[in-house]
Design a protein around this ligand. Structure first.
Ligand SMILES: C[S@@+](CC[C@H](N)C(=O)[O-])C[C@H]1O[C@@H](n2cnc3c(N)ncnc32)[C@H](O)[C@@H]1O
Length: 182
């Protein structure tokens, strides 16, 4: 709800929920913005679960699904908005850069990329405490995911986003990074 309201999607028509899992984000975004048509992209087995949720919420007119692997498969194009929520922390920095670039390329001009995940502050990467703890947990699993606010913002700008907004989500350890394409 917080993300859907913060993003201000008035006038946007086509949304991609990348790694959308059960479709919770797409469903919420479309309930708040009924003019939007959304696609939930996830592995083929997972989109079957999303389909059931979409039907449960009577949102079949607004939301469809696309099964695939976003590191290899085509994402489609002409999206006004791409969401990537709680997906990045399963990948290493280079894979994440490729995913952000792929999302950038799938967006229309004036499109918006909404990234939701766990980001550190720009000090010695010790804050927020919960996020630095998670970072260590991920390291023990062989996953290097430890972007600071500054590093993720710089990555967005290098890829081509002209405006980048970073906001911490109230009462949660996660943050949202919104990149706008010119
Ligand atoms: C932690 S869940 C997040 C689900 C949802 N976005 C959310 O925030 O509630 C991560 C999702 O990313 C999907 N995923 C991970 N790697 C993927 C890939 N290479 N291609 C497609 N989906 C992928 C997983 O199947 C899973 O549904």
């Amino acid at each position: 709800m917080f993300l859907a309201r913060l993003a201000k999607l008035e006038g946007k028509k086509k949304l991609l929920d990348l790694g959308g899992g059960p479709g919770t984000f797409a469903i919420t975004f479309c309930k708040i913005n009924p003019m939007i048509k959304a696609t939930v992209f996830d592995f083929p087995g997972i989109v079957e679960i999303a389909k059931k949720n979409i039907a449960k919420h009577h949102m079949e007119q607004n939301i469809d699904v696309l099964g695939g692997n976003f590191t290899k498969d085509d994402l489609g194009k002409d999206y006004d908005c791409v969401i990537l929520s709680n997906v990045m922390h399963f990948f290493n920095p280079e894979e994440n850069r490729n995913t952000v670039k792929k999302a950038y390329e799938a967006l229309n001009n004036e499109g918006m990329f909404i990234l939701h995940d766990f980001f550190l502050e720009d000090d010695e990467k010790t804050k927020p405490f919960v996020v630095s703890e998670l970072t260590i947990d991920w390291l023990t699993m062989g996953l290097v995911f430890n972007f600071s606010r500054k590093e993720i913002t710089e990555m967005f700008k290098e890829i081509g986003f002209t405006e980048v907004i970073f906001k911490r989500i109230p009462y949660l350890p996660t943050s949202v990074v919104i990149g706008k394409k010119e």
